[in-house]
Ligand binder design. Structure first.
Ligand SMILES: [Cu+2]
Length: 425
């Protein structure tokens, strides 16, 4: 039987990112991170967590999901409107407030955790007062994704994201009129009016059920997303790749998040040098390497069975974007963590102490210290990770280490940051 109702996380990341800057400014990049004109960009989010449904099966995690997402978005400099256990009226009121706020905003983020369903080729979020005997009735009682996307698009924000973690079974809702069978689909359907500059994200692919996660604090996808969302120097695509990989692994391949990406370029929530604990006004767009002649590409790898990097040093130009590709052909996990000048011992010692912490592996053995500038997660044997970040504007010697406990004393090197004119040919 079809479990329709799983359309899950729609990350409506949509509208913002793409739009024109990449094309209007062919040379480049907008300043990112600390270089962006402070306070010139406004970020607004609407977070919805619907858990208690009097007429449907209740869910476990949406209130935690909403609380945790609100906290993460605030750290990323978003002003956040949050509603929980929203009935139709509360949901539409919140959407109206959000829409009005977008008049003044550059980046929009919509997050939803709760029941969702699709009918007639459209996706719906289900308010808590939904009282339907038949799936057909969600047309009248649900809030359509099209409406949300239309509202965001109408405001012309630069970048937008819509995330829907709504992939849960609703045993009660069935199609009453079987002759209409052909107009429903199994699960969510593709968004139809997602605008350029936007990304829509679902917790799971069509035809599969997202995991409400009976043992965890958050839904499976939301938990993975929260883990990577506030990490500095990851593009939204890096974040989703990491989160999706984790969901795929943890669900044994049964759940694969989906995204509808109309962001032509890279979007960062936090850039290097900025710590995610303070609000960051700047969103950034950096072109992908083929489009961005300034991108410096560094390739570095671990040496098999040696606990070493193959490069003892490399040089980058201050304030320019860097793409660092870290290959790990070794049989152990390693990461690459770039730290501030003279901070190698501080970060290395802190990493060693993490060995006794329960969640150390989840944190990739990266200490939560302001000395850390950029880092990759722990990279599995025979895998690679592509890290994109802005080189510090201050020239100097920036150590990089593997922070897996015990490795850093052997596995280290120096990133030399130089002014443009002094870069060796
Ligand atoms: Cu290592």
């Amino acid at each position: 039987m079809r479990t329709f109702f799983y359309y899950s996380l729609f990350f409506l990341f949509s509208l913002g990112l793409l739009s024109t800057p990449a094309f209007a400014q062919p040379k480049g990049m907008k300043p990112v991170g600390g270089n962006a004109p402070a306070g010139t960009e406004r970020r607004l989010a609407l977070v919805v967590g619907n858990k208690d449904y009097p007429y449907l099966n209740p869910l476990r995690n949406p209130l935690n999901d909403a609380n945790d997402m609100e906290a993460a978005l605030k750290r990323l400099g978003f002003e956040v409107i949050t509603v929980t256990n929203a009935d139709y009226r509360a949901l539409t009121n919140a959407l109206t407030r959000f829409k009005e706020g977008l008049t003044q905003s550059d980046v929009a983020f919509f997050y939803y955790s709760g029941h969702g369903a699709s009918y007639g080729g459209k996706n719906y979020l289900l308010p808590t007062d939904l009282n339907a005997d038949c799936l057909e009735q969600i047309e009248d009682q649900g809030l359509s994704l099209n409406r949300i996307l239309g509202d965001i698009a109408s405001k012309g924000v630069k970048n937008s994201f819509v995330v829907l973690d709504a992939c849960r079974n609703i045993p009660k809702l069935r199609l009453c009129d079987n002759s209409k069978k052909d107009i429903t689909t199994n699960g969510y359907v593709k968004p139809t009016n997602n605008p350029r500059g936007s990304m829509v994200i679902y917790a799971t692919e069509e035809g599969t059920t997202a995991d409400d996660n009976a043992t965890g604090r958050n839904g499976l996808f939301t938990g993975a997303l929260l883990k990577y969302l506030t990490r500095p120097n990851l593009t939204i695509k890096n974040i989703l790749d990491q989160a999706s990989l984790e969901v795929d692994d943890k669900s044994g391949g049964r759940q694969t998040p989906a995204r509808y990406d109309k962001i032509y370029g890279d979007f960062y929530f936090v850039l290097s040098g900025d710590t995610p604990s303070k609000p960051l006004p700047a969103a950034t767009e950096v072109k992908t390497p083929p489009l961005e002649p300034n991108m410096q590409v560094i390739r570095i790898k671990s040496i098999k069975e040696a606990i070493k990097f193959d490069l003892k040093e490399f040089t980058v130009i201050a304030g320019k974007p860097v793409e660092l590709i870290f290959d790990n052909p070794d049989a152990m996990h390693h990461n690459l963590v770039i730290v501030k000048p003279k901070a190698m011992d501080i970060v290395g010692n802190a990493a060693d102490k993490m060995i006794t912490q329960k969640d150390a592996a989840e944190k990739n053995y990266v200490p939560n210290l302001p000395h850390v500038i950029a880092y990759t997660p722990l990279v599995n044997p025979n895998q690679s990770f592509r890290l994109t970040f802005m080189a510090p504007t201050e020239p100097g010697n920036y150590p990089y280490i593997c922070t897996f406990p015990g490795h850093w004393r052997l596995m280290n090197g120096v990133m030399k940051v130089v002014k443009e004119e002094s870069k060796p040919k």
